[in-house]
Design a protein around this ligand. Structure first.
Ligand code: DC
Length: 228
């Protein structure tokens, strides 16, 4: 990858956010991690934050459809953000539920809590606070539309459903992606959509390296064009 880091005027005064949104299994996580490493920025996985809430509610045997009760959890639970090796972790009572949030139970629960408007408002404040960690590569579904809509660096990853389903199978995860696409894009609050000004990358047939290279080149192009 060609290099151009954050050592420039504007980035030094206000942190820069690279927003990577897209459909499930579009390669967002791997791509965002690599792009973050390339620029030396901090990586934030916002899906993990929603998964953490879903896991917490499942642990407490809550009715996930009880929107008020789930929103009340956000007001009460004790969470913190820590930056470990340029990766932001969300802790609950000081604990990082790294593997627990990836179980099929948490995966089935997460779309329900992510559709809760009050939860999304709470997550927005939390996610915006990640700017405390400096320049970011943040991945999710509404980063370029709702969390950091003013960033100049927006990307939207996608691939055909059949190919994304194959990727999930290859990872050993059985998931109804059509259902997830539907819940992500049809929810009333901040649904998944292509952010204004985003570079859209259909990475069908592209390697992860090629996808990362497209993003790195475009970030560098936009940095140069805006004289950052
Ligand atoms: O990216 P992921 O599969 O870990 O996301 C888990 C769920 O959270 C998925 O249903 C989409 C939702 N999500 C969201 O609504 N907004 C985000 N910014 C990130 C994830």
């Amino acid at each position: 990858m060609s290099a151009r880091g954050p050592g420039n005027k504007k980035a030094m005064t206000s942190p820069l956010v690279i927003a990577i949104d897209g459909t499930s299994a579009s390669g967002k996580s791997t791509t965002a991690r690599r792009v973050a490493r390339h620029f030396g920025y901090t990586y934030v996985d916002t899906g993990a934050m929603y998964r953490t809430l879903a896991w917490h509610c499942v642990m407490k045997h809550m009715d996930l459809h009880d929107e008020k009760a789930v929103a009340a959890v956000c007001r009460k639970w004790k969470t913190s953000l820590v930056n470990v090796d340029h990766h932001v972790r969300m802790l609950v009572d000081g604990y990082f539920p790294e593997s627990e949030i990836r179980t099929s139970e948490a995966t089935a629960a997460v779309a329900i809590v992510a559709a809760n408007t009050k939860v999304r408002e709470w997550m927005k404040t939390l996610q915006q606070s990640c700017i405390q960690f400096g320049n970011l590569v943040m991945e999710g579904r509404d980063i370029g539309t709702a969390i950091f809509p003013d960033t100049d660096f927006k990307f939207y990853l996608d691939a055909p459903l059949a190919e994304r389903s194959k990727r999930r199978w290859a990872d050993g995860v059985q998931e109804d992606l059509a259902k997830r696409d539907h819940s992500d894009s049809q929810r009333a609050s901040n649904p998944l959509m292509i952010p204004l000004g985003a570079m859209v990358i259909n990475n069908s047939g592209l390697t992860i390296e090629q996808t990362c290279q497209l993003i790195v080149d475009e970030v560098n192009r936009r940095l140069a064009a805006r004289n950052y």
